[in-house]
Structure formats: structure tokens, C-alpha cells
Design a protein around this ligand. Structure first.
Ligand SMILES: [Zn+2]
Length: 133
């Protein structure tokens, strides 16, 4: 990811002012929240999950499923909402998922999800805001 890749770009100082320390750690420093720490894990209401940094709608509640991992999991993002890159940390190649609007790190995607896509978008709840419909 380079400067100019995203519609919303701010300096670390600006993001630090706008986000909580936990949100900043996940979204801007590719952090991972402890499993089971997010209240959004158990969120079962109908609505839309937005990027906690820039507000872009990312996932609809209809695509959320209980993965048993301790992180909010979805089988598909909304059209054009996220981008991916290859993450080679932790001695393995994983597919990193970020907000397509601000580049904020959201989590990873794995090919072991349920139908209809077979994908598991394993997200950090700290990177998301939930808006019930
Ligand atoms: Zn965003």
C-alpha cells in the first residue's frame, strides 16, 4: 500500500486523535485483538458493519456467521468494500483484508468458510462499527 492508494488518507497523528488506542492498533498497525474480546462477536441483529476509521459500509449482517474463532466472521464483504494483500508475517502467507476507502486493516480471509462463497472473512471487531437497521 502506498500513498495515494486510498480515497481517505490521514497521517498517523490524525488517526491517533480520531481512533481509540485499540482501534489504532488494529486498523493502522495491523494488530489483532484478543479472540473473544469484541462485543460484535455476538451481534445477531440485522444491520450493516462499517469501517470504524472512515465509516465505509463493509459487511451486511446477512453474511455474518458463527465461526467459533472468537472473531466476527463473514462469508462475503459488500461489493467493492474491501481490498486484499498478501501478508507474509508469522512465517506463512495469509490474505490480509483492508478497507478499500481508507486502507485500514480489518483482518484476514481464509478459504474455509461456509456456502455460498466458501470464504471466511475473519475480522477484528475493533475495526468495525455496527449500525442496526
Ligand atoms: Zn475505512
Amino acid at each position: 500500500m502506498a500513498h495515494g492508494d486510498f480515497a481517505v488518507e490521514k497521517t498517523d497523528e490524525e488517526w491517533r486523535r480520531e481512533l481509540t488506542p485499540e482501534q489504532f492498533h488494529v486498523l493502522r498497525q495491523h494488530g489483532t485483538e484478543p479472540a473473544g474480546s469484541s462485543p460484535l462477536n455476538a451481534e445477531k441483529h440485522a444491520g450493516v458493519f462499517h469501517c470504524a476509521a472512515c465509516g465505509q459500509p463493509l459487511f451486511e449482517s446477512a453474511t455474518k456467521f458463527e465461526s467459533g474463532t472468537g472473531w466476527p466472521s463473514f462469508w462475503a464483504p459488500m461489493e467493492g468494500a474491501v481490498g486484499t494483500s498478501t501478508d507474509r508475517s508469522l512465517f506463512m502467507a495469509r490474505t490480509e483484508v483492508h478497507c478499500a476507502r481508507c486502507g485500514g486493516h480489518l483482518g484476514h480471509v481464509f478459504p474455509d468458510g461456509p456456502p455460498p462463497t466458501g470464504m471466511r472473512y475473519c475480522m477484528n471487531g475493533a475495526a468495525l462499527d455496527f449500525d442496526p437497521t
